[in-house]
Design a protein around this ligand. Structure first.
Ligand code: SF4
Length: 458
């Protein structure tokens, strides 16, 4: 069995399963957020009754993160619905925007977008917050009402996005009927060159198979090159499995996984024990390919979908209007480090936005010094508009007052986010070009798509 099959067999209490089997699996964690949470709660109450209790209050994790820093009253109200539900159910893992458990969330537009407006429990973008707060454990099953839930596959778990109806059912029962996906294997070998990042690996792969090339399939990333990738790198890759239509992305467990997970589980009262899965010798794949990491170049996915692959060099004629670094995929500490490495001591020439994924990342960037300056100061001095209000921000467009949103048609943005279908970051007439934070940085310096190796050397 492949990693995904082994994991699903265990979650179903079976000795073995094969692709195509329909099985009931037990969920370890159900995550929801402010956009889908109210709908999920509505389904749960409708089907299980107004006074029903969730199947396990320690396994339901609620993370508001999407439409938070906006004056839109309906978006603010969604956070209040989550708070009421968490209080009613006694949920220990609700990462509220405000500290007052009986208060109401209201964004104060008069204070502007840049200065922190959240309380001490707020955790930022759900997919980055889940591992940081100790909710991802090898060998487990994670369901989330968000397509990029697949990011947790970096931790050797089966993690996938589900709709509100399924999530309402999981909320009540802790179970879900799943068809075991076929597995595609991507054997990563070698090591990336300087200036080439994990984002380039996954953009290369999606370009190879197309934005629907892995529809309802597991994408298994293994091979000796995995050892060269940090957990942040693996998260970037697993995050974008869904951009090829994948059911899930999954990595093997190794010492690096253990180090990351062991340092975070338990801190928050979360469960510390886990049991990773190892693939069998006789795995069956529906597709298999080898990716030589040393040969990859800085890569861009052009408008209008994540499969439109070109190298950054091929696009050097393309003029840009703005640059954006942020999101679960591209707003981690390591992403901002590479962004700053290229920008240090230089000035951007187009509007450039920086949105850390979580408050912890804001803290990292404001406390890590390179010489006499913090990384945050280096980015601000380069002309980047950095916000402390960690969250999804313009990755998903959002209400019109969302920081970094593309409100005008005709704008071209190079972005470290993960999705670029028309209208994704705002206006349907704008265009989004997906790239690594290093490529976004180099492009922000020139105003056209630029290979970052021109700045970091070969
Ligand atoms: S940062 Fe973007 S991709 Fe990630 S959860 Fe938020 S909206 Fe979705």
């Amino acid at each position: 069995m492949t990693l995904t099959e082994k994991l699903l067999a265990r979650a179903a209490g079976k000795a073995s399963v094969q692709a195509g089997d329909n099985i009931w699996v037990n969920a370890d964690v159900l995550m929801t957020h402010d956009v889908c949470g109210p709908g999920t709660i509505g389904v749960f109450k409708r089907e299980f009754g107004k006074t029903a209790k969730v199947w396990d209050r320690n396994r339901v994790v609620i993370i508001p993160d999407h439409y938070i820093f906006t004056a839109d009253s309906l978006s603010n109200r969604n956070v209040d619905i989550l708070r009421d539900f968490a209080r009613e159910q006694g949920l220990p893992y609700f990462y509220d925007v405000i500290d007052d458990p009986s208060g109401a969330w209201k964004f104060d537009a008069a204070k502007g977008n840049l200065k922190r407006q959240f309380g001490s429990n707020y955790a930022g973008v759900c997919h980055a917050a889940l591992p940081a707060k100790g909710h991802t454990r090898p060998g487990e099953v994670l369901f989330g009402t968000d397509s990029h839930t697949c990011m947790a596959g970096a931790f050797n778990e089966f993690a996938t996005g589900i709709g509100n109806t399924d999530a309402g059912f999981v909320m009540g029962t802790g179970k879900l009927l799943i068809k075991v996906p076929e597995t595609m294997r991507f054997r990563l070998e070698g090591k990336l060159q300087p200036g080439v990042m994990a984002k380039d690996i996954i953009l290369h792969i999606i370009g190879e198979i197309g934005f629907d090339g892995a529809t309802y399939r597991a994408m298994q990333f293994d091979g000796s090159g995995i050892a060269t990738l940090s957990m942040d790198d693996r998260m970037t890759i697993a995050n974008m499995a869904i951009e090829a239509g994948g059911k899930n992305g999954i990595f093997p467990f190794d010492a690096r996984t253990a180090e990351y997970v062991n340092a975070r589980t338990g801190l928050n009262g979360t469960k510390q024990s886990y049991e990773p899965v190892e693939a069998d010798a006789d795995q069956k794949f529906v597709y298999e390919t080898v990716v030589d990491l040393s040969k990859l170049e800085p890569t861009v996915a052009c408008h209008p979908d994540p499969g439109q692959r070109k190298t950054a060099k091929e696009l050097s004629h393309l003029k840009l209007d703005r640059a954006y670094v942020g999101s679960c995929t591209g707003g981690k500490t390591s992403d901002f480090v590479e962004f700053a490495r290229v920008l240090r001591g230089k000035k951007v020439v187009i509007d450039t936005f920086g949105v850390p994924a979580t408050p912890d990342i804001v803290r990292d960037l404001q406390s890590t010094r390179w010489g006499h300056q913090t990384i945050w100061q280096i980015l601000e001095e380069a002309g980047v508009r950095m916000t402390e209000n960690a969250g999804c921000a313009a990755c998903l467009g959002g209400p019109v007052d969302t920081f970094g949103r593309m409100n005008q048609g005709g704008l071209k943005c190079i972005s470290a986010t993960n999705r670029n279908f028309p209208g994704r970051m705002g206006s349907k007439e704008s265009e989004v070009y997906l790239a690594s934070p290093a490529t976004v940085a180099a492009s922000a310096l020139t105003g056209r798509v630029t290979d970052p190796r021109e700045y970091v050397g070969n």
